[in-house]
Design a protein around this ligand. Sequence first.
Ligand SMILES: [Zn+2]
Length: 369
Amino acid sequence: MKGISSTTTAVAQRNQEESGEQKLEEERSSMMTGFVMFIVGLVMIMGTHSRVTIPRDSIKELIQKALVESMAQKQRDLIQGDKELMEQDPEVMPGFFQGDMAGMFDGEDDLGRVGINFKQFPNRKWPNNTVHYLISDLYVPEEYQIIKTAIDMLGFFTCITFKEWDGDKPDYLIIWPVQKPNGCWSYVGRLGGPQIVSLQKPDKKSPQCFAGLGRPLHEIMHALGVYHEQSRPDRDKFISVTKTNVLTGFINNFDKLASTNVSLPFHYDYNSIMHYGTNFFSKNRKNPTLVPKEKGAKIGQRITLSQLDCLKLNSMYGCLDDEAFDKRKYYTICDFLGLESTHASVHKTASEEFYCDIRLNQDYSNRRR
Ligand SMILES: [Zn+2]
């Protein structure tokens, strides 16, 4: 019996052991199933999570970000990189031609005009006076609103139409906070294809390109084809360059445009939003590099278009060439809504010395009749 008993006990024990093993196996299997389910669940949650937190627009945004940065890369080889530039005005920092003008064409600096001569370079003008634009989603609503207001203002001041990019038009402005090079910068005139206008977001150092509407207006004015005011060939009558205060190696940013075969349809404009500030490219940012010759004249405003900036754009885009009503309309808008020039003596001198397509003295009143 003992043997049977012991055999029975042994069988029972084996059965128990087998049952235990089976349980263990079942538990192991259950744990595995649980683990697999956990992983599947985690993946599903992560999948759901990623679908929730990275919407399609943001993925598109990331792709565009890479695209915009690689587009900017093409310009980076051409810049005059310098650590000192990083402490300068955000229009000087990019280190392009005259600080913020990217992709200048050969021979363009010989034109000697306030803006691109569209008769000579018709492709640089935005066709049908229409500019399509895309504003980066990387901007917060307040920054977006500043850019949009600047665009709306340019549209209101002129016969140029601005439309949001529809995803199809081949030529359009991409308004973007480019990382390298950062700062406020733009190409001059239409390039063809997507075209960057870089507006650096505010940071701990400064509001960068968002202190107001001025910087966005200035850079978009470049994109429409307008150069810097102080590079005019006649500027030495109105402004002195203090070369000793200019950062070493950057004096060429104060070059004048050639005066060959030049007609200057507008007076020199201290009030222009396209004029350098008094300490641009200054060695210590305090000693002036540009000093107006007229006593009390101030330069480098970045508030809004001057009266003449407004007329320059309207003249370049033929807004003053059409019906009498349109002409009167844009003269009136520029007169009342742009910054008025406070330097009457400069106007008088300039109108006597230069050929003027548009005069703001006695001819102006005639146009309004
Ligand atoms: Zn500029």
